[in-house]
Design a protein around this ligand. Structure first.
Ligand code: 13P
Ligand code: SF4
Length: 299
């Protein structure tokens, strides 16, 4: 309790704002001023008047906030909290891929490093990937780094998608067998799947959504039981927000260890010492911002 009081006091003193992704630990979600998926958090960070943001998420998310708002101090409480998917493509890999497909335009998932964004034409998130791809004039699209999201987009576009072979270790664990068993046990349950899941899992979904898309869907839905194929943080939040409804993670066990690195103690240290500041070299930032701004103008 004491630690929460200290955080709140420091936050008020420094006029700081805490942003948290939907996969953060429940204690961090409770504390946050704003909670959201990658798209929401990038919009919120851009529009905030506060000059000090404590970003409880993984590095690419905090980096995105810094790219969009260089005048703000953006802190990542645990500097080693990275997204392994974002590390699956390097800037050199992308440059090589562009040379192999000179007519293609590059769409990069926000789960990428700043230098990969800088080499991209436009970014997307899981919430807007289809809209972003279909907004483009070009017919050939390099889509990096998540092959599962690329596959999902392919179902909703006539454009030629050239995917990169990246994946999220958390979402890759959800299997069609596990999901089929869960569906057999809960016959009336609605199945909500994140598009980072493999295509055979997406095949079994009633709906495919970003993390906030799932939460909004549950809010509006008359259904009472849901099987959810995404990280446990979303399910924990749903259970708190909708105690009258029932949620199963299928199969259980999808936890993003990087997202869980951020603790209350680290948030306190971050505010106290203004650590760890997110830095992006200015030339890269300017190029990456173009790709992010272009996305935010589409959806
Ligand atoms: P959302 O943008 O849907 O929250 O997804 C982010 C992410 O990292 C999914 O694993
Ligand atoms: Fe990255 Fe997967 Fe964790 Fe999302 S859940 S931050 S994609 S490792």
């Amino acid at each position: 309790m004491e630690i929460i009081t200290k955080i709140k006091k420091l936050k008020a003193q420094k006029k700081a704002v805490i942003l948290a992704h939907n996969y953060q630990l429940p204690a961090i979600q409770d504390l946050a001023d704003y909670l959201g998926d990658s798209l929401e958090l990038s919009r919120i960070s851009r529009n905030l008047s506060s000059g000090l943001i404590v970003f409880c998420g993984v590095k690419f998310m905090a980096e995105t906030a810094k790219i969009l708002s260089p005048q703000k101090k953006v802190l990542l409480p645990e500097p080693s909290a990275g997204c392994p998917l974002a590390e699956m493509i390097t800037c050199d890999d992308l440059i090589k891929l562009k040379k192999e497909h000179p007519d293609a335009i590059v769409v990069s998932y926000v789960n990428t490093t700043a230098d990969v964004k800088a080499e991209s034409d436009i970014c997307c998130t899981s919430a807007n990937a289809i809209k972003v791809v279909n907004s483009l004039e070009e017919d050939e699209i390099i889509f990096v780094p998540d092959s599962n999201l690329a596959n999902y987009v392919m179902r909703h576009t006539d454009k030629k998608i050239i995917p990169w072979n990246g994946w999220c270790y958390v979402h890759n664990k959800f299997s069609p067998e596990g999901l089929t068993r869960a569906k057999a046990m809960h016959l009336n349950a609605k199945v909500l799947v994140h598009p980072e899941c493999i295509p055979k899992v997406v095949d079994l979904a009633d709906e495919v959504f970003s993390t906030t898309g799932m939460i909004n869907y549950v809010k509006e839905s008359p259904d009472k039981t849901f099987i959810i194929a995404t990280e446990i943080g979303v399910i924990e939040r749903l259970r708190l927000e909708f105690p009258e409804k029932i949620f199963f993670q299928a199969p259980p066990g999808g936890t993003c260890l990087q997202m869980k690195k951020t603790t209350l103690k680290l948030v306190l240290d971050s505010l106290e010492n203004e650590q760890f500041k997110v830095k992006v070299p200015e030339t890269i930032r300017i190029m990456a911002k173009k790709a992010l701004d272009r996305m935010l103008n589409v959806a």
